[in-house]
Design a protein. Structure first.
Length: 239
């Protein structure tokens, strides 16, 4: 598992191309997607009355785009920017909800997310953290366990037993669990960076820059949402 959209098998299915993917090209595509994400999130933030009623359809659209992108990677140059815009609109609505409940939390979450991203990149480039086979196994297993916990939490909420919600509990245990999830989300970046470098070394087609950037954005969004939740739990503890 790990990032389900960026795994080794993705690059193994492609042969070496004359116009190949590069790390620098992936960085450029990532910046473009992040700008689109931030711009659409800002639009959603400033036009909530227009976007909020459309949140569910947009969210479903994000899901469809992600699924199609995972099967039709050659369409990534078209689908990835569209996904970034749609994801940004949804994130803007989510951010408004948190900001109303906890003023100032969004700015803190954005800054912390970017700090974690650059710290993980620095740790990877300096060799402090390396995507060894054991490292990958631990992160992948942990991510799978978190996904299972999300499903259990969703079922608990569906049956109305919110008092047993352990993932959002405003307690020491809730904070500890949230910190662990943030840590695992952060460590997924190391696997992402490693796979992007190896994809470039294999000379996979140029459109994989867009796909890799899209997959990296998935990890970034996950981390942002988890940091938002962690900060909200900590704010609740202070009340």
């Amino acid at each position: 598992m790990g990032n389900p959209f960026l795994k080794d098998s993705v690059f193994q299915t492609h042969v070496r191309s004359t116009e190949a993917m590069t790390v620098f090209g992936t960085i450029n595509k990532s910046i473009i997607l992040w700008v689109l994400l931030a711009t659409s999130a800002l639009y959603s933030w400033t036009h909530p009355s227009f976007i909020m009623p459309l949140t569910l359809p947009i969210l479903l659209g994000c899901f469809v785009l992600a699924i199609v992108s995972s099967f039709k990677m050659n369409l990534s140059p078209i689908l990835s920017p569209i996904y970034a815009v749609c994801e940004g609109l949804v994130l803007g609505v989510i951010s408004i909800y948190f900001e109303k409940s906890y003023p100032g939390i969004v700015v803190n979450a954005v800054l912390l997310t970017m700090c974690v991203l650059f710290c993980m990149l620095a740790a990877y480039k300096t060799g402090i953290l390396a995507a060894t086979p054991r490292f990958k196994k631990v992160v992948i297993f942990s991510t799978f366990a978190i996904t299972l916990a999300y499903l259990i939490d969703l079922l608990i909420g569906f049956f109305g037993a919110r008092k047993f919600n352990f993932l959002s509990a405003s307690s020491g245990l809730g904070i500890a669990i949230s910190l662990i999830i943030v840590a695992i989300a952060s460590l997924n970046f190391i696997i992402d960076f490693d796979l992007i470098e190896r994809g470039a070394q294999r000379g996979v087609p140029k459109y994989m820059e867009w796909y890799s950037s899209f997959a990296l954005m998935i990890t970034l969004v996950w981390l942002y949402l988890e940091i938002l939740k962690l900060l909200s739990i900590m704010r609740n503890r202070d009340v």
